[in-house]
Ligand binder design. Structure first.
Ligand code: C2E
Ligand code: CA
Ligand code: CA
Length: 759
């Protein structure tokens, strides 16, 4: 403050005891007296806001008595209080204040002013009509001119143009309303910061929110850069300034940050924590201002209100987010659930066209999980699922997604795949990581997974069709023996559809009498006479004609329908056998029935056979069974048990398709309950042409003889083959040369004729 100016004003005030005009603040400033206190108020005044300074008073104190009296009251101040200025002059400034003005605050303000600083207070002044006028008062000392009485300058702003608490509450409820209507939390925060920016011209309001790992991340940055706000948030967090309201002068911040803020014309940061109901910090509101160090009390009040609004908004949205998390995540593994992963899949597919990358979709299915759950209990099952989901997450790369889409099924989305090789190695990785032994709370166990893989390279495919492709690939992986993966191939889908279709129709076929048996004669080679027949199934499927077994037996085996279908074959064979006349030589025929491994796995097979024989009164030696040699190793054990029981009944047993599967002596020894070996027709067809085939046929015959088994050659089509086989010592023949499989009436004719081939 220039001493000339002080002297001038003091003299002026002392001499006139009254200012000749209502001095606009700018002219006071022009006097050079008020250049410390006035500028910011002045700048407010030039904002054109109604809440600019509304009144000025100058008080002087008699040092002898300590009494103060008003030596100047501006006209608008007097007006605001319902007086004329001259009615107030000479009075004690305390007479301006409402009765309930806290004197302690005034004393504190006086102490501040005496130290040469300005004090800002919210006060109520008394209107002539007795009502209170709420103002914001700024007091400054006018240093005493030499020998003169000290003077105070008081600047009053009408506070009524500031939002009142009721107004703030109304705003708050408007914001909460928009919150309740599901507006995004950022929308509400935007309203909060917009309001602050409206009320504090030139200020910029930022919002930072605590993220998942406890860091405060910028959410709203006003007109400033996110990096700058981020730096500020980090600095405030480190210096522990985010838990209570605080004011920071930019100059007090670390140099570099301070300079960066200065460059953006920011002088102070007012920090208001956003505190949740649990008293935990949810984030901060930061008001950056260019021209002041502290908010005035009513502003402070407003910021506190608004930070509470923000807190409610943030808490509400966090609660919703966790609700959304719950509805979109599996509660056991915390993985995205089906709904979410399907959505992610859709998005990933939509993004596909943009680069050359492909998306690999892997459907992971735990092998025999149901059995594990049943035997070890659901707690163990849960533990397994949790651990497997961890492993899956660890197996994939950043940006890939793992979701749980069913009980023991997971879907893995791998973006940016190059091709089949990439996808295969990912599938391999998953299969391997799942098969590592699991160490659970109470036990150690091992599980395995089968994986179906689909590569998607174009947008447009629906998630449902991709998942169904993955399902069919998975089915191939399971068929191939589990614990591995299979890639989806085109056409597989078609097969899956057909399979499904056949399965449905076959169930109907069983009840609607659509199945029929054809019979292919079995001829004794030495005599050329028919000694029996093989029963071969056909399906008279409406709209499809007579279907050969290879179009449906495999599907029946996979679906388990072979069990009732096989039971029908057994019963139907016995029914026909009962009506079959004895042959010219007085012997009845032997009819053989084909059995699938799946049927042999059912312990009910023996009782099914017994029941059929009893029902139709068929002696066991009339009935034979053919069991294919190409059986899976793990199926062999149960099959052996069942076959022994069938043999014990007195039925004949043949090893079918011999030479195709695991032809080994050991195997033959284990099937020692069989009395017949049927040489597969693929070797018979090569007789005379392929030396290898000829060798296999002749050695098979020799082998059978050494095991005291009789030998049947299948697929005999030519008389050359017939003669060769006879020469090799083969006992029986079957094949088109003798007869195709034919319906019952025709096979009965052949049976009557008895001799089917003349040697
Ligand atoms: P399979 O047991 O090897 O039956 C012999 C198949 O060879 C029959 O085909 C028969 O028509 C065919 N065949 C017979 N002689 C010749 C020949 O000289 N040349 C050629 N090229 N083929 C000949 P089909 O009837 O189509 O049966 C195919 C397979 O279906 C059977 O092979 C058998 O594994 C299975 N199958 C048939 N009926 C049943 C059944 O009731 N239950 C089960 N589980 N499987 C059955
Ligand atoms: Ca057969
Ligand atoms: Ca065969």
């Amino acid at each position: 403050m220039s001493s000339v100016g002080v002297f001038y004003v003091a003299e002026f005030l002392a001499a006139n005891n009254e200012l000749p005009f209502d001095p606009p603040l700018t002219s006071l400033a022009a006097l050079g007296v008020l250049d410390d206190g006035i500028p910011q108020l002045n700048r407010r005044a030039t904002d054109g806001r109604v809440s600019a300074v509304n009144g000025v008073a100058v008080t002087t104190i008699n040092p002898a008595t300590g009494r103060s009296h008003l030596m100047y009251v501006s006209e608008n101040l007097a007006d605001m209080l319902g007086f004329r200025p001259d009615q107030l002059l000479g009075r004690s400034p305390h007479e301006l204040f409402a009765d309930r003005t806290p004197m302690a605050q005034l004393d504190a303000a006086a102490a501040v002013v005496e130290r040469g600083e300005q004090a800002i207070l919210s006060l109520d002044l008394r209107h002539a009509n007795g009502r209170d006028v709420s103002v914001e008062a700024t007091f400054l000392a006018l240093p005493a001119p030499n020998g003169g009485w000290p003077c105070f300058l008081a600047l009053y702003r009408d506070n009524s143009s500031w939002p009142k608490p009721e107004q703030l509450l109304a705003d708050q409820s408007a914001m909460l309303d928009s919150l309740a209507r599901g507006h995004d939390v950022v929308d509400v925060l935007r309203q909060v910061s917009g309001r602050i920016q409206d009320q504090v011209p030139g200020a910029s309001c930022w919002v930072g929110l605590v993220d998942g790992v406890g860091l405060i991340e910028p959410v709203l940055v006003g007109r400033h850069s996110e990096d700058l706000v981020d730096d500020v948030l980090q600095e405030l967090t480190q210096s522990g300034q985010t838990s209570t309201p605080s004011c920071s002068r930019v100059d007090d911040l670390p140099l570099e940050l301070g300079l960066a803020l200065r460059a953006e014309d920011i002088a102070s940061l007012w920090v208001y924590p956003i505190v949740g109901a649990d008293r935990r910090s949810q984030g901060v509101l930061i008001i950056s201002v260019a021209d002041r160090t502290e908010p005035h009390p009513s502003e402070h009040q407003m910021f506190e209100h608004l930070s509470r609004v923000a807190a409610v908004a943030v808490e509400r949205s966090r609660a919703e987010a966790s609700l959304a998390h719950q509805t979109l995540h599996d509660s056991l593994t915390q993985l995205p659930n089906r709904a979410l992963i399907v959505d992610r899949l859709e998005q990933a597919v939509a993004r596909l066209g943009r680069d050359n990358n492909r998306l690999a979709v892997l459907l992971v299915d735990l092998d025999r999980f149901k059995a594990l759950n049943d035997t070890r209990g659901p707690d163990v099952g849960d533990e397994v699922l949790i651990e497997v989901s961890r492993r899956l997450r660890r197996s994939v790369r950043l940006g890939d997604t793992v979701g749980r889409i069913g009980g023991d099924q997971f879907l893995v989305l791998c973006v940016a795949m190059n091709g089949e090789l990439d996808a295969s190695s990912m599938a391999e990785r998953i299969v391997e990581s799942v098969s590592e032994p699991l160490v659970l709370t109470n036990e150690k166990l091992s599980v395995s997974a089968s994986v179906g893989v689909v590569l998607v390279n174009q947008p447009g495919q629906s998630p449902a069709s991709i998942i169904s492709s993955a399902e069919s690939a998975l089915a191939s992986a399971v068929d191939a023996g589990r614990g591995g993966f299979a890639l989806y191939e085109e056409g597989l889908q078609q097969r899956v559809l057909i399979r499904h279709d056949v399965e449905q129709a076959l169930q109907v076929a069983l009840t609607e009498d659509e199945l029929v048996l054809h019979f292919q004669p079995l001829v004794e080679m030495s005599s050329g006479r028919m000694i029996g027949a093989e029963a071969l199934i056909r399906w008279n499927r409406p709209g499809h004609g007579l279907m050969p077994p290879n179009s449906f037996i495999e599907i029946a085996e996979e679906t388990g329908l072979i069990v009732p279908v096989g039971a029908w074959v057994i019963d139907e064979t016995c029914r026909q056998l009962a009506n079959w006349p004895v042959g010219p030589d007085g012997n009845g025929p032997v009819i053989t029935v084909n059995l699938s491994a799946r049927q042999l796995a059912e312990s009910s097979l023996v009782s099914t056979v017994l029941a059929a024989m009893e029902r139709h009164d068929v002696p066991p030696e009339r009935l034979g069974f053919e069991v294919t040699e190409s059986m899976r190793v793990e199926e062999v054990e149960t099959a052996i048990v069942t076959l022994k029981r069938l043999a014990a009944l007195g039925c004949k047993l043949a090893i079918d398709d011999f030479g195709v599967g695991y032809a080994s002596l050991d195997y033959l020894r284990r099937f020692s309950m069989a009395d017949t070996l049927k040489i597969d027709r693929s070797f018979v067809s090569g007789l005379g042409e392929s030396r290898e085939d000829t060798a296999i046929v002749s050695s098979s015959i020799a082998l059978a003889k050494s095991l005291e088994m009789s030998v049947v050659a299948e697929g005999v089509e030519t008389s050359d083959q017939y003669h060769d086989l006879a020469a090799m010592g083969c006992d029986y023949a079957q094949g088109y040369l003798l007869s195709r499989p034919v319906p019952l009436d025709q096979v009965l004719e052949l049976w009557e004729r008895s001799t089917l081939i003349k040697l």
